[in-house]
Every structure is written in C-alpha cells, then in structure tokens.
Design a protein around this ligand. Structure first.
Ligand SMILES: Cc1c2[nH]c(c1CCC(=O)O)Cc1[nH]c(c(CCC(=O)O)c1C)Cc1[nH]c(c(CCC(=O)O)c1C)Cc1[nH]c(c(C)c1CCC(=O)O)C2
Length: 368
C-alpha cells in the first residue's frame, strides 16, 4: 500500500542530489543521531542498541533529535538503524557491545564451514525480517511532517562481508583478506547474494517512505585498486542498476542514490561511473581535485570535512568550511555539492560546535 505523507517544506537535498542548481548547498552529517547527543542517551535509556533499532517509536524519536535540535540548519534526516541488520536478516547473530562496537559470536570461517553453506542456501525474506525498519521509516515520515526528506541506507556487500567474516571491527582484516585471496569465488558468491538483498531492502525502504538512499562501503579503502574492481565495484554497480528497476516494478518513482566508498581515493573516477547520482568523499580529498576528477559528468559530490575538526577551535571550523566552499566551487557552480563530514560524527563532540559548523556553512554560502 502506498502511503500519503505531508507535502515537503524543504526538498533542497533532493533537488541537489538530482544535480539541479539550488539556492544553497544542502547539509546533513553521517551519524547525526548518535552518541554525541545527550538526548540520544536519554531516549536509549537502558535498552540495547539493536532493541532501539527494532522499536519504531524509539528509532523515529532518535532520528528526529538532530532535526529538532538543529531546526532550520540541516536538510535531511537519516533513519536510525545500522548496516548490520542485513547480516542479521541472513540469520547471523550480531550484538552491539557497549564502547566496543559490533560483535558476531559465530562469524563465517571458511567456505567449507557448514555455516557458509547454510547462509548461502537460506532464502532470506527481507520484507519480513526487516519489517521493523520499514515501520520505523513510515512512522518517521509521519513525524517529520514534511520538514526535511528522509534518507534510507544499507551497507555495501564488501563492507558487510568484512563484518560477517571478521566478526566485528578489525585493524588487519585477516579473515577478509583470506577470503579475497584464498576463496575469491566463494567470496563473490556471497557478495552477489548480499547485493541482491541490498536491492530489495532499499526498494522496500523507499516504499515505506525513504526519499534518498545511501550505500555505505566503509571498508573500500582496505582493498587495492585491482581487488576493488573485483570485490566491490561490480556489486556497487549491481545495486545502482537494479534498484531503479525494482522500484519501477513496485510502481515507485526513482530516488537519488549516494555511494560512500570510504578510502577508495584511487577509485573516484570509477565511482563516478557506477550509476549513482552522488559520491560521498572522505576527508582525504582536496575538494577541488575531486571536482576536477568528476569533470563534465552529472555527479554530485558529498562531504567532506574531517570529522576531527569538531574537536578544534571555532577558527578551525570556519577555515575548513571556507576551504570546502572554495574547493567545491560553490559561488560559481551553485550545484554538485551536498555538505557533510568525511565520515560519521564522533563521540564527545560538543553539539554546539556542530551547530557552529552548520551556521558557518549557511553564512559562507549565502547569496546576496
Ligand atoms: C560501519 C558501519 C556500522 N554502522 C554504520 C556503518 C557505516 C558508516 C560508517 O562507516 O561509520 C551505519 C550507521 N550506524 C548508525 C547509523 C544511523 C544513522 C545516522 O545518524 O547516520 C548509520 C547510517 C547508528 C549507530 N551505529 C552504532 C551506533 C552507536 C551505538 C551506541 O553505542 O549507542 C550508532 C548511533 C554502532 C555501530 N555500528 C557499526 C559500528 C562499527 C558501530 C560501533 C562503533 C561506533 O559507534 O562508531 C557498524
């Protein structure tokens, strides 16, 4: 069933993501609803992280917190959830350990391990398994009441494979690299399976009310240029190609798609040809170089302030904003840029400093 939502009062990010000229660059930040906000801890209470994700009332409340705190300053909400809900839907147990991050008690060990065969054979129904996400999205759209658009998201296949085989965060990627260099065919079969689920999951998020989608390839930078071509790129392209097809089958209009291939500076040129409308940049790029790489292609860039600047002085924040405004060529282009950090906002940032960052973007992109 189609939902009917209030008309949009602010659709700046949607117009910008389609590549249109806009009055000012739209703004949001990754992890804008999260641990740096005191009201997040209050809403979370004693609940476990995934319990919050599974409760549409709690998830929508947390999603709205930055929209309320920074009213008039930011231009999108992102649904409060996690990329690891896909491995959960595939039957894997994932826990969120306080102050440590995600933990899989039974990661995938090798292709000969019975669990790999089980995961590959399982017929995963993301409409049923992740129903709570769609409910949270629909409820959030209602509560937003047209204030700003709502972004849906998923983890990209390579990044999800890393978590599924490592069992959590890692510095050396021992298991992921073992799969890439010892079991490439089995790794590709798993990546394809995840990509198919990502398409359906994103399509159902759009059906529930998501108005843009972002695919997080957070571990792209762990691959080499040649292994990126084999283990990341084809699956990112698959998602970008098949999502619009699936939306059409469902009778839904296309939505702008953003790809965040974190750390893959060697692949920006290729990322622009993956079929996404926007490419999100981490903070290792000088914006002007990225603009040059995009060239005449109708690709929007998102980013890319070092999240660490929010631990710095007000002068440093102003300086980084000015560098982005200049580097993305805002004054002359008036399009092609969505303001964000180069990665998620980190804990311990003072929300007042983030507010100052937003205010500076507004001040320094104002047209008289
Ligand atoms: C790799 C990844 C994960 N999750 C996500 C990624 C991709 C983005 C990235 O590269 O950072 C994506 C994500 N996770 C979360 C969101 C919500 C929406 C938002 O505000 O951006 C999004 C978009 C909430 C969250 N996801 C998590 C929290 C913190 C949970 C808590 O301790 O309360 C939040 C608010 C937990 C999480 N989830 C994950 C990790 C590694 C951790 C623990 C470490 C950390 O917090 O930085 C996996």
């Amino acid at each position: 069933m189609e939902h009917s939502f209030a008309p949009m009062q602010n659709d700046l990010i949607i117009r910008a993501a389609w590549g249109q000229e806009v009055e000012r660059p739209p703004i949001w930040v990754m992890r804008q609803a999260g641990r740096y906000l005191p009201e997040y801890h209050e809403a979370k209470g004693t609940r476990d992280f995934f319990e919050c994700c599974r409760d549409p009332e709690v998830s929508s409340t947390i999603t709205l917190q930055p929209i309320e705190r920074f009213a008039g300053l930011i231009d999108a909400a992102i649904i409060f959830s996690d990329i690891l809900v896909i491995p959960q839907a595939m039957g894997m147990v994932v826990e969120m350990v306080d102050k440590k991050g995600p933990h899989f008690p039974n990661p995938l060990k090798s292709p000969t391990d019975g669990q790999y065969a089980e995961v590959m054979a399982r017929d995963v129904d993301v409409s049923k398994e992740l129903d709570y996400v769609y409910k949270a999205i629909t409820l959030t759209r209602k509560k937003l009441n047209g204030r700003v658009p709502l972004i849906g998201f998923c983890g990209a296949p390579w990044t999800l494979l890393c978590y599924m085989v490592e069992g959590g965060g890692t510095k050396i990627f021992k298991e992921s690299k073992t799969w890439v260099y010892k079991y490439p065919e089995e790794a590709k079969a798993l990546l394809h399976k995840i990509a198919v689920l990502c398409v359906e999951y994103l399509a159902l998020q759009v059906k529930a009310g998501a108005q843009l989608v972002q695919v997080f390839e957070s571990w792209a930078g762990e691959l080499s240029p040649s292994s990126f071509k084999k283990f990341s790129q084809p699956y990112l392209a698959y998602i970008a190609k098949h999502l619009p097809i699936r939306l059409k089958e469902l009778g839904l209009d296309p939505v702008p798609m953003i790809i965040f291939p974190k750390g893959a500076w060697y692949a920006l040129d290729a990322a622009c040809d993956l079929g996404y409308n926007a490419v999100s940049l981490d903070w290792l790029y000088a914006p002007a170089d990225a603009v040059k790489t995009v060239g005449n292609r109708p690709i929007v860039l998102q980013g890319n302030a070092d999240p660490g600047v929010l631990y710095g002085s007000r002068e440093s924040i102003t300086e980084i904003v000015q560098e982005m405004v200049d580097g993305f060529g805002w004054a002359t282009r008036k399009k092609g840029w969505i303001v964000n950090l180069g990665h998620g906002i980190t804990p311990f940032v003072n929300p007042e400093d983030l507010k100052f960052f937003f205010q500076e973007i507004h001040r320094l992109t104002k047209t008289q």
